[in-house]
Design a protein around this ligand. Sequence first.
Ligand SMILES: [Zn+2]
Ligand SMILES: [Zn+2]
Ligand SMILES: [Zn+2]
Ligand SMILES: [Zn+2]
Length: 193
Amino acid sequence: MPIAVVRHTYLGSGNSPVTCHSKNKKDAHMTIDDAHAPVKKKLHINHEHEDYCIVCRGKYEGEAICCSLCPRVFHPQCVGAPESAVNSDEIMQCLQHECHECEKDAEAAGGKLFRCRTCAAAWCQECLALDTEWSAVGNSIPEFKLLGYSKKRDASFIVCGYCKEVFTKDPGYLHSWKVYWEHVKEQLKTRKS
Ligand SMILES: [Zn+2]
Ligand SMILES: [Zn+2]
Ligand SMILES: [Zn+2]
Ligand SMILES: [Zn+2]
């Protein structure tokens, strides 16, 4: 089963960084769906992880789960996963590897999912068409680049209609993202020079 059940949860912004267990998972088995036989796949994780939970943005403290497939990090309690998932040797995937509406993965969705930059959800092209408010960000985001996660064929980034609505209602929340993005830009610049 996908590890997460809670989808759009807006809890506001906070500042508690999280630590996640990033074990050497090279030889771990990938379990995507209990309904299917686990896919045995050697996975080499060569990116770092974000230091905040994408669901609560630091409202909660405590250990978190690192997505094995991307830099996202999430608390078990923020996605309805058991605490034991933190120390699990299984390969974990965050919500951004299947469509928020129809649950297709990128492959089933024609090769690409559109991942929101500012929340835990992603959409296939078909389901994204039902959201008229989203805006495109690009094929990669600087905060992921900084963590060594390069452009992927199966992902594009957007800001979803839900997040845009939250930003309108709570400009402080948008501001906290903008401060973070500026910080990332500075770090990328320093790295280049
Ligand atoms: Zn959280
Ligand atoms: Zn992920
Ligand atoms: Zn879909
Ligand atoms: Zn969003």
